[in-house]
Design a protein around this ligand. Structure first.
Ligand code: IMP
Length: 423
């Protein structure tokens, strides 16, 4: 397998956790390189059902080491809760979970600012997960962040926090929010420091050696291509680079070391939060997709918006990420649909247009053009061999391959680890 990257090809929630869990069985390292606990990767295995927000999904495999790379932002309360939960399930973490000292911390004021910004934007809000993601990344970029390395050094943490509270309390006051106390935050974070410090270690040489020794490395993308801060549907995006290239800045790995880039897409499309969604179905079909697919956020529990598969967007994701293979998830959700539509392209005023031609208001004007395919009306749930799929399901998958020109390598037919077809 060598060095593989898993990237969401849509607006997140593509089922990356399941594919990563499956692939990490043969991985020496699983590394996260961006995002924070806005991600929620659901993993079902012999230990139970888990929604992991920060710890890379490879943690369940006894020989796999996991790294939270420097591009990830960390809410220590959430990370420590996750660590506790894993320890309760007797999952070993010592010498197995490494956290980069360069990771920025999500501070209490970041979460407050996230909700205050949303409130101020009113009906134009982004619909964030409320986890403080945008404000933490903006502090990182404007050199106001507090990092894991600062937490470990009590004096540095105290000094940096003092400056930040001077600024942040002024903003909070202006926006009518409560003031934060240095003493309280320091007390809470002192406790965090003791619990987390054994895991904080610069992973750069660990990763370099693993690459040199041709060990198997899996990079775990979070969110999805269309939530990328630059190439997504801005401002309805997240704060990080969600694309393949993000592994360079977010984990210190040169992109030319990559062997496989696996794009994950559902067999249909979903989105949480606000923003354009050309193939959204605000009708009974959309409702059925949500119910059958269990489309409620793993992080916030919000109902997801649902629609048909959008090939125009998938083609863009294939190109910008240079996917070498695709994994199609939740094929079984389509089992009971008499017909299945696939959006092949967009038009505007009768002319063919592309996703990247315009901004969000442009995307709300374009017309998605569909091709209708026959449904299979047969259960595919749990199928593990391609030859056992009904013919119309095979035709649907062929159509996706032909339109995107990328080979489908994995087809997920249920939430469990072994409900998967490998081609
Ligand atoms: P934030 O990342 O919490 O700032 O939210 C920004 C946008 O990204 C919102 O539309 C969220 O719903 C969306 N988002 C963030 N993380 C995820 C995810 O893991 N899956 C799906 N959507 C997400």
């Amino acid at each position: 397998m060598a060095l593989s990257v898993v990237i969401g090809a849509q607006w997140g929630d593509e089922g990356k956790g399941k594919i990563i869990d499956y692939l990490s069985a043969t991985s020496d390292y699983v590394i996260r390189f961006h995002g924070g606990n806005n991600a929620g990767h659901t993993v079902i295995n012999k230990f139970g059902k888990f929604a992991l927000h920060l710890v890379p999904s490879g943690i369940f495999h006894p020989k796999t080491k996991v790294i939270i790379g420097n591009g990830v932002i960390i809410d220590l309360q959430v990370l420590l809760e996750e660590i506790e939960m894993l320890k309760k399930c007797k999952i070993k973490l010592e010498n197995k979970l490494f956290i980069s000292p360069r990771c920025h911390l999500i501070m209490p004021y970041h979460k407050l600012l996230d909700s205050l910004y949303e409130k101020a934007k009113g009906k134009n809000k982004t619909g964030t997960t409320g986890r403080g993601i945008g404000p933490t990344y903006s502090d990182k970029v404007s050199y106001n962040g507090i990092r894991m390395v600062d937490l470990i050094d009590r004096k540095s943490f105290s000094e940096k926090l003092k400056v930040q509270l001077l600024i942040k309390n002024k903003i909070l006051k202006t926006l009518g929010a409560k003031q934060l106390s240095q003493k309280n935050i320091e007390k809470i974070f002192s406790n965090y420091r003791e619990k987390i410090k054994s895991h904080v270690r610069e992973p750069f040489s660990l990763i370099q050696n693993a690459i040199k020794n041709k060990q198997n490395i899996l990079l775990e993308g979070a969110q999805g291509t269309l939530l990328d801060n630059d190439w997504g549907t801005y401002p309805f995006v997240t704060g990080s680079t969600t694309l393949t290239g993000g592994i360079n800045a977010g984990a210190g790995i040169p992109v030319n070391k990559i062997d496989n880039i696996i794009g994950i897409t559902k067999a249909y499309t979903t989105r949480v939060g606000e923003g354009p969604f050309p193939t959204e179905l605000s009708n009974e079909v959309g409702k059925k997709l949500r119910t059958v697919g269990g489309e409620f956020g793993a992080t916030t529990g919000r109902p997801r918006r649902c629609g048909w598969l959008d090939i125009e967007l998938l083609k863009f994701a294939c190109y910008i990420n240079e996917f070498t293979q695709l994994a199609i998830t939740k094929l079984d959700v389509l089992d009971s649909f008499p017909e299945i539509k696939i959006c092949t392209h967009y038009t505007l005023g009768g002319k063919k247009v592309n996703y990247f031609d315009g901004d969000t208001s442009f995307l709300s004007k374009i017309k998605p053009i569909y091709k209708t395919l026959k449904g299979w009306n047969k259960p595919t749930k749990g199928i593990t061999k391609y030859k056992d799929l009904p013919l119309p399901a095979k035709q649907y998958l062929k159509e996706i391959e032909e339109l995107t020109k990328v080979k489908i390598k994995y087809i997920s037919t249920g939430p469990k680890r072994d409900e998967i077809i490998k081609i």
